[in-house]
Design a protein around this ligand. Structure first.
Ligand code: HEM
Length: 515
């Protein structure tokens, strides 16, 4: 009897879910917006949920379909939730910049005392985001970066340790691994004030937990699904957004660092010191910025950052900074081991510029390397580390030249990868051609067609730092070594399906030789 009742309850419950899903699948059709036919159980993301397709590929394919059909936008269904995808350049510009006040957030934010790391800049929403962004802005001025510059250069010293060892053993190198260890050394040092020394010792806790952040699997797809269905469920179900141990590791490191510096009156030129100043309210917010803010924001300024706020920001600098930059270096290397003429031209520029700076890698020398700038930009175009920009509609929005209203609460996916590979903006998009970024060619393209760092008020706050550490790493390497592609690398590349950040299947393997 009980079993019969249970079966009936399950049947009724499943029928309600199926009917509800089918009803939500009609969301876009009922508004005359193009949507590929959604199917049970997850609408248009069944392949993503099964790990067969990356989220980046999913959105890129959809963007390409919209462009092929000549449509300015379309929608897809992530289970219950309708997602909006703009494909028209003007509309993308409106969303990211002109009409930003309707799209201020990345994701709905879940405030949760059990997950203090959640309160980082990328995740925060509305007034809190704006207030914190204003507070953090002074940390990233070129003056501050110049002060941190010697740390970046110091971190390159250990490249030789890894490369010379590989040369001695006649072994190829998984270059992504080497670059990740370099960028962990840089960000660990500038964000946490800790000499991680990962290039010399690959088995530090920083490497383990750093990699864990991006070791995405089925668990992350499920968390993503729960976030899409209803983010507050994360809090209710007491789910940890980050893999086991990550939270404790980063919060404890920050506590220990702050305690040590406070007790020993010790200070360093790094982000941690600046964050500590914000905590103690020593770092003044620019008064012109303060005037722009509403009372709500000003009230938020009046409190310094809490220890958890500091931990969350140091964490996001680390998470957002190390994998993105090492990914850029990784794909840049992939291109220059196949285009040896470009590698040689880069090396020539490095030699010439460094000669004029007494052989030293200085901040000014890096700014003079214009060909390197083009190569880094072309890498970021062809391989944007974040292939999709997320946005949340925070205020109903009428799409220009259309009757469609994007309702508050609707999520958006902006296909950076799709735009960067759109032949209308970048003819022959699979060709690696740094000259696309000559001043003349840049000026020919419409705005918002180069989005590796996003755009508008929510643009990457660490943009200059990311570019700088990529260029410093590349300068040190090409000054001293030549590189070839090893046959272990899969050509053409395939991207790993479950990764949020673009990553090559099987890694990129290279052989190093002394110059
Ligand atoms: C090549 C390196 C990097 C790339 C490609 C990159 C890319 C991005 C992108 C695409 C966004 C989202 C922007 C948007 O929504 O419009 C972002 C946001 C962010 N990035 Fe980066 N990033 C890089 C390096 C860094 C570094 C070095 C740091 C810190 C030290 C950093 C910290 C952040 C933070 C805190 C945000 C959130 C900003 C906000 O929501 O206000 N990033 N980044």
């Amino acid at each position: 009897m009980i079993i019969k009742v249970l079966i009936s309850v399950v049947l009724v419950f499943s029928t309600i879910i199926v009917l509800y899903l089918k009803w939500t699948f009609r969301y876009w059709k009922s508004r005359n917006v193009y949507v590929p036919e959604p199917s049970l159980p997850f609408g248009n993301v069944n392949n993503f949920m099964a790990g067969k397709e990356s989220f980046g590929d999913l959105v890129t394919n959809f963007y390409n379909t919209l462009r092929a059909k000549g449509l300015p936008y379309g929608g897809y269904c992530f289970a219950f939730k309708p997602i909006f995808v703009p494909a028209d350049n003007n509309l993308v510009q409106h969303i990211l910049t002109t009409d930003f006040q309707h799209f201020t957030d990345h994701d709905p934010f879940v405030e949760d005392a059990n997950n203090p790391l959640n309160a980082h800049l990328f995740a925060l929403t509305g007034a809190k985001w704006k207030a914190l962004r204003t507070k953090l802005r002074p940390l990233f001025t070129s003056g501050k970066l110049k002060v941190m510059f010697p740390t970046l250069v110091d971190c390159t010293n250990n490249f030789s340790y890894v490369l010379d060892e590989a040369i001695k053993r006649k072994e190829p190198l998984d270059i992504k691994e080497t670059f990740a260890r370099y960028t962990i050394d840089v960000i660990g040092s500038v964000a946490f004030g800790i000499d991680c020394n990962c290039l010399r010792n690959p088995n530090t806790e920083f490497t383990t937990y750093g990699k864990k952040i991006f070791d995405t699997g089925l668990r992350d797809s499920i968390i993503e699904l729960i976030k899409v269905i209803n983010p507050t469920l994360i809090k209710l179900l007491r789910l940890d957004v980050f893999p086991a141990g990550v939270q404790n590791f980063f919060v404890n490191i920050v506590k220990e660092t702050i305690d040590y510096r406070d007790k020993n009156n010790y200070s360093r030129n790094d982000f941690m010191q600046l964050l500590m100043k914000l905590r103690n309210q020593e770092l003044k917010v620019d008064s012109s910025i303060e005037k722009e803010e509403t009372n709500e924001h000003v009230a938020f300024y009046q409190n310094g950052l809490t220890l958890e706020d500091v931990a969350a920001q140091a964490f996001v600098f680390f998470a957002a900074g190390f994998e993105t930059s090492s990914t850029t270096l990784n794909f840049l290397m992939y291109e220059i081991v196949q285009n040896l003429d470009i590698q040689e031209k880069l090396r020539e520029e490095i030699k010439t510029v460094l000669k004029a700076h007494d052989g030293k890698i200085t901040y000014e020398a890096i700014q003079e390397m214009t060909y390197m700038d083009k190569c880094v930009n072309e890498t970021l175009r062809k391989y944007p580390p974040l292939p999709v920009l997320p946005r949340l509609c925070t205020k109903d929005y009428k799409v220009p030249n259309s009757d469609l209203i994007i309702e508050k609460g609707i999520r958006l996916s902006i296909s950076v990868y799709g735009i960067h590979h759109d032949p209308e903006y970048y003819p022959n998009p699979e060709k690696f051609d740094p000259e696309r970024f000559s001043e003349e060619n840049k000026n020919k393209r419409p705005p918002v067609t180069f989005l590796p760092f996003g755009e508008g008020p929510r643009i990457c706050i660490g943009l200059r730092m990311g570019i700088l550490q990529t260029k410093v790493g590349l300068t040190a390497l090409l000054r001293d070594y030549k590189f070839n592609l090893n046959s272990k690398t899969q050509v053409p590349l395939e991207f790993i399906a479950r990764q949020i950040i673009l990553a090559a299947k099987g890694g990129i393997w290279i052989e190093a030789h002394k110059v």
